[in-house]
Design a protein around this ligand. Structure first.
Ligand SMILES: NC(=O)c1ccc[n+]([C@@H]2O[C@H](COP(=O)([O-])OP(=O)(O)OC[C@H]3O[C@@H](n4cnc5c(N)ncnc54)[C@H](OP(=O)(O)O)[C@@H]3O)[C@@H](O)[C@H]2O)c1
Length: 239
């Protein structure tokens, strides 16, 4: 298994920027990109320090050892599949029909969203991870290996080698991992499912509307969720 030394981030917003922060703090080199071009990432790169630089999406795909795709799901089809061929790509996206447009195969439940991403990035090794935690909680809950309050993040992939690479990356970023199985097994991390966002915050107050839930999550403190807690929740999740 190759250890990640240079992490590529495609999509450098809330979640991509947070992964970049954890990676740079952990001593990885980080290459960031977005849709508007590297010149728009100057402030973020300065903030991240000397291990970070910005590049085009294609250069990021070509130069990094491992790539995190932290873009809206609707942008997956615009990513350079050729430059990403043969690479391990962490799919940190979520499907929200109101944001991404309706995708029939996902609405019917025929495909998980990560299997959909794998179809679009056919020649890449897609690993589902980093999509199920609110970005502020991801930043707050990172802990060194062995810390008693270290949290775990779920991981799913069809390629075992790529999965191991990403489990090692999560460890470097400050997290244990819980193996969900293949991309087809990744439903429990999708929006509205047992492992999406809620494990890492206090119980959601009852009776909130959809918008109030979003507002509540934005101010909610982070709560550690160790591997045994994630496995417990997984056992209660619908298949
Ligand atoms: N926010 C969270 O807490 C969170 C947590 C887990 C997973 N997620 C998922 O992660 C994804 C990103 O969410 P976010 O909240 O980080 O969104 P965001 O803050 O809006 O950032 C999206 C990023 O994607 C880039 N992007 C959009 N289209 C692109 C394209 N065609 N090529 C390259 N880059 C492109 C944007 O670049 P420009 O600004 O230049 O357009 C921006 O840097 C979503 O699928 C979301 O569901 C979010």
């Amino acid at each position: 298994m190759t250890m990640t030394r240079t992490l590529g981030i495609i999509g450098s917003g809330m979640i991509g920027g947070t992964v970049a922060r954890l990676a740079a703090d952990a001593g990885l080199d980080v290459v960031l990109s977005n849709s508007r071009g590297p010149q728009t990432l100057t402030d973020l790169v300065t903030d991240l320090g000397p291990r970070a630089r910005a590049a085009s999406v294609t250069e990021t795909a070509r130069t990094a050892d491992l790539i995190v795709a932290a873009v809206p799901l609707s942008a997956i089809g615009q990513l350079p599949a050729d430059a990403l061929a043969g690479r391990t790509v962490v799919d940190a996206t979520n499907y929200y029909a109101q944001r991404d447009g309706r995708i029939a195969a996902l609405d019917t439940g025929d495909l998980t969203s990560s299997a959909y991403v794998q179809q679009r990035l056919e020649a890449s090794r897609v690993v589902k991870a980093l999509n199920n935690v609110f970005f502020r909680h991801l930043l707050d809950l990172a802990r060194p290996a062995g810390a008693p309050d270290r949290s775990a993040l779920p991981v799913a992939a069809d390629d075992p080698g790529a999965k191991s690479e990403v489990i090692a990356l999560l460890d470097t970023l400050g997290y244990d991992a819980v193996d969900l199985g293949t991309l087809a097994d990744s439903r429990p991390v999708q929006p509205g499912s047992a492992l999406q966002a809620l494990p890492y915050m206090p119980p959601l107050p009852e009776g909130l509307g959809e918008q109030e839930i979003q507002q509540w999550i934005f101010q909610a403190p982070a709560v550690p969720a160790p591997a045994h807690r994630i496995r417990e929740l997984l056992a209660t999740a619908a298949p």
